[in-house]
Design a protein around this ligand. Structure first.
Ligand SMILES: O=C(O)CC1=CCC(=O)O1
Length: 250
């Protein structure tokens, strides 16, 4: 399936694909888009079940969202691209680097995990969203996405609208990806030069348990922890995340 996408930046520049997190759309990368599109052919897309992409019948698996990216690259005529993904987007990035290494140049993994348990939490969350909609979980989600300080001092209404606008069935079907996913054994085979970024106050993927584990398992990976910062780190710390991505892909 070719996901809905937006391409910006010079036609002859190296391609950088940006992959969104659960409950967002390609617009989550607004804080980075203009700057990155100066030096990259920027391809932002909506993971299936989100934004303008289709919501085929679920549940989905990590292979599904990984193959969607390969379909997109084929459709755009791109042989090899840099890839940066946050959370679910970073899970997609790990799958691609493990299973389609010839298509991935350099990799940036933000606030993500190779295995994000417990499985029951994802079953329960999908059930809640199917029964009550994403509105029922938006407050709890924002407590994980942003530090208290950031929440108190910023207008989050656009992000809230983005989150509750995600189709309930799309969100729930993507929960099943994380419920069943374990990419741990494949990480030592990743050949792409990898930057792993964590948020020091991220309660969803605490860096000691996730970012540090990924960076320890991927040969020669570099680990950067941004402090302060929670889960939706590219929004909370836009400048720092943009600079880290640009520096790694230079
Ligand atoms: O909303 C959360 O719990 C954090 C999260 C998990 C996967 C993802 O993309 O975001």
């Amino acid at each position: 399936m070719i996901p809905h996408h937006r391409v910006t930046g010079p036609e002859d520049a190296p391609v950088l694909v940006l992959s969104n997190s659960l409950g967002t759309t390609l617009d989550m990368w607004k804080p980075q888009a203009a700057k990155l599109a100066r030096t990259f052919r920027l391809v932002r897309y909506d993971t299936r079940g989100h934004g303008g992409s289709d919501t085929p019948p679920g549940p989905y698996a990590i292979e599904d969202v990984g193959r969607d990216v390969l379909d997109l690259l084929d459709d755009l005529g791109v042989e090899k691209a840099h890839f940066a993904g946050l959370s679910l987007g970073g899970m997609t990035g790990q799958w691609l680097a493990i299973n389609a290494p010839e298509r991935i140049d350099r990799l940036v993994l933000l606030c993500t995990s190779p295995k994000m348990g417990p499985a029951e939490m994802w079953v329960d969350r999908a059930k809640t969203v199917r029964e009550q909609g994403t509105e029922a979980i938006v407050d709890g989600t924002f407590e994980r996405w942003f530090t208290e300080d950031y929440r108190s001092n910023n207008d989050l209404s656009d992000l809230r609208a983005m989150f509750v606008g995600v189709p309930d069935e799309g969100y729930a079907s993507c929960c099943a990806i994380i419920e069943r996913m374990d990419l741990t054994d494949g990480l030592p085979n990743v050949k792409a030069p990898t930057l792993v970024i964590g948020g020091a106050q991220d309660p969803a993927t605490p860096p000691d348990d996730h970012a540090a584990v990924i960076a320890g398992a991927i040969p020669r990976a570099r680990l950067e922890i941004v402090d302060p910062g929670a889960h939706l780190l590219n929004v909370e710390r836009p400048q720092e995340v943009t600079d880290l991505i640009r520096e790694h892909l230079r």
